[in-house]
Design a protein around this ligand. Sequence first.
Ligand code: COA
Length: 216
Amino acid sequence: MTENSPVVIRKFQKNDREGLRRVCYSTGFLGNPVSTFLSGDEIFADAITLYFTDYEPGSCWVAECRGEVVGYLIGAKDARRVCRPGILFRIFMKSVLSAALFKPKNLLFIGNFLISLLKGEFSEPDFSREYPATLHINIQDGLRGANIGARLVDAYLGYLKEEGVRGVHFATMSERASNFFSKQGFKLLYKGKRSYFNYILHKELPLYIYGKRLAE
Ligand SMILES: CC(C)(COP(=O)(O)OP(=O)(O)OC[C@H]1O[C@@H](n2cnc3c(N)ncnc32)[C@H](O)[C@@H]1OP(=O)(O)O)[C@@H](O)C(=O)NCCC(=O)NCCS
C-alpha cells in the first residue's frame, strides 16, 4: 500500500468490522498501538467501537485503500446511548474469562485510571443537550496528513445535517487531533487534564472537548 493509492470514503459495512477494529487498536494510544499500555487488543476495540459498529452502523464511515480499512469515523446521533450496561458487562466478562483483568500491565493501568477518577478528573460538563451527536476518528499511521480525516469528517457532518441533528461533540487527549479539529471548524468547549498516563509519559495530558453546531 502506498500513500498514492486511491482512498475511498464510504459507509461502514458489516465486513469492515475486523479491519476497523485493527485500526482502532493499532492507533488507540494517541495514534500509537494500545499495547503500549494495555494487554488485550480486542477488549480495547470492544470498549471504543462496539456500540458504534453493532448498534449504530448507519452512523459509521470507513476509508478504504486497496481493499483494506485504513481509517474510520464512527459516530452516534445521541452520545447518551453509547455507554450501555450490556456492553460494559460483556467487556467485564471478557476481561475476566480471558484473564486480561489480572495481567500486571492492565492492573497498573486500572490502578492509575482509578486514581485519576478519585481525583475528580472525569467531572467535565455534559454537552449532549446542545451537541447531541459524538464521534471517534482514527487514521492508520503512514496515511495521516493526506486529507482522509477531513473527508471522513465532511461525510459525517453532511449525514448529521441530513438527519436534522443539532450538533456534535467529542473528547480527545491528543494535541495533534485538537489542531486538526480546530481546522475543521470545531470550537473548543472545555479543557481539562488527565493524569492516568503519567506513569508512561511522565506528564499530564490535556483533555479537550470540541463541539460544532449544525442547526439552530
Ligand atoms: C487526527 C487525524 C484524525 C487527522 O486526520 P488526517 O487525515 O491526518 O488529517 P487531514 O490530512 O485530513 O488534515 C486536514 C487538515 O487539517 C490539518 N491538520 C491535520 N493534522 C494537523 C495537525 N496535527 N496540526 C495542524 N493541522 C493539522 C491539515 O494540514 C489539513 O489542512 P489543509 O486542509 O489546510 O491542508 C489523524 O491524523 C489521526 O488519526 N491521528 C492519530 C490518532 C488521533 O489523534 N485520533 C484522533 C482521536 S480524537
